[in-house]
Design a protein around this ligand. Sequence first.
Ligand SMILES: C[S@@+](CC[C@H](N)C(=O)[O-])C[C@H]1O[C@@H](n2cnc3c(N)ncnc32)[C@H](O)[C@@H]1O
Length: 310
Amino acid sequence: MLSNLQPLKVYASPIHTAATPRAKQETAASVSYLVEQLCAGSQVPEALSVLDLCTGTGCIPLLFANDLTRKTRNLNQLEVLGVDISATAVRLAQSNHERFREQANTNGLGFNTAPITRPPGVKADSQRDKQKITLQVQFVRGNILQAESTAKANVPSLTHVLQDVGRTRWDILISNPPYISPAAFNKDTARSVRNFEPKLALVPPGLPNRSDEEQGDLFYPRLLAIADDVQARIVLVEVADLAQAVRVAKFAGQTGSWDGIEVWRDDPSATWTETIEGFKIRGSGNGRSVFLWRREAACWLPLNLTKWSR
Ligand SMILES: C[S@@+](CC[C@H](N)C(=O)[O-])C[C@H]1O[C@@H](n2cnc3c(N)ncnc32)[C@H](O)[C@@H]1O
C-alpha cells in the first residue's frame, strides 16, 4: 500500500503505521513545518544529524530528508538514524529508504554516500552542487525504553545502538511514539485499528502502579531524558491530543533544558495561536506535536520564535 505522503512515496505496511492515514497527513504537516522553520532560520546549518525514535516505516525521517534536501541550499551533510523495536518495521523502513534513493536519483537529486565533497563554509549555489549533499540514512533495531542492554533482552538498548552507530550526539530528535492509553485504545480507536494494528505500536507497555493516563504518557519522560543524553538542540514529538501535548510541554518545562516550548496543532502553519498554561499553541486543528529548542539552535530558527519563560 502506498502512503499518501507526497511528493515522497513510501510503502506503509498494514502493520506499523500510525493509527490512520489521516494521522499520517498530520504527522507530515508537523515534519514539513519543522523543515520550514529550519529553512527560515538566520543561519541554516551545513551539517545536521537527526535521530528518529520509534521510526516504524521510516516515513518521518525520509520525509524530513526529502523536504530539507530540496528546500535548503546550505546543507552539506545530513545523517539520519531511525530506531524501532520491531524487526518488521526496520525491514520496511530499509526498503522505503531504497525506494527513496531510487526516487531521488530519478528526480536528479542523487546523494553522495561518500564523505563531504565541499569544504565547510562553502555554500551550495547550483542544482549541480546540491547533488553533492552527503546523506547517510540507517534504520536499526533497538529498544528505546531500555537504558542498558541486558543478557536477557533480545533487542539492543538505545545506548548500545548509538555506540554501534558511532554517534552519541544528535542535533534533532523526532519521535512518534506509542501514546494511546489503554482506555482510549478500547474507547476511541476504530475496530479496524484495534483488530489489525499491533498494540505495541500504539499503546505503551503497562507498568505497576501507573494510571491509565500515565501509561499513555510513558514514552515522553524517556524521550526527554534521551534528548538530554544526546544533547539534542531541537525536539519534535507527536502526541494524541491537546491535553497530552500540554502534559508533555509541562514535563519538558520541568527538565529546565529547553529555551523554547511550543505545542503545534494539526496545521501548525495556520497563523492562529493562543497560550494554554503558559505554552504557546500554534496553528489550527487538534494538538498534534510538541516542539522544543535550546539556545544553541536559536540561530537555526526564525527570529520571531518566542522564548518560553517559566
Ligand atoms: C505510532 S508508531 C509510529 C511509527 C512511525 N514513527 C510513524 O509515524 O508512522 C510507534 C512505533 O514505535 C515502535 N515501538 C514501540 N515500542 C518501542 C520501543 N520500546 N523502542 C523502540 N520502538 C518502539 C513500534 O514498533 C512502532 O513502530
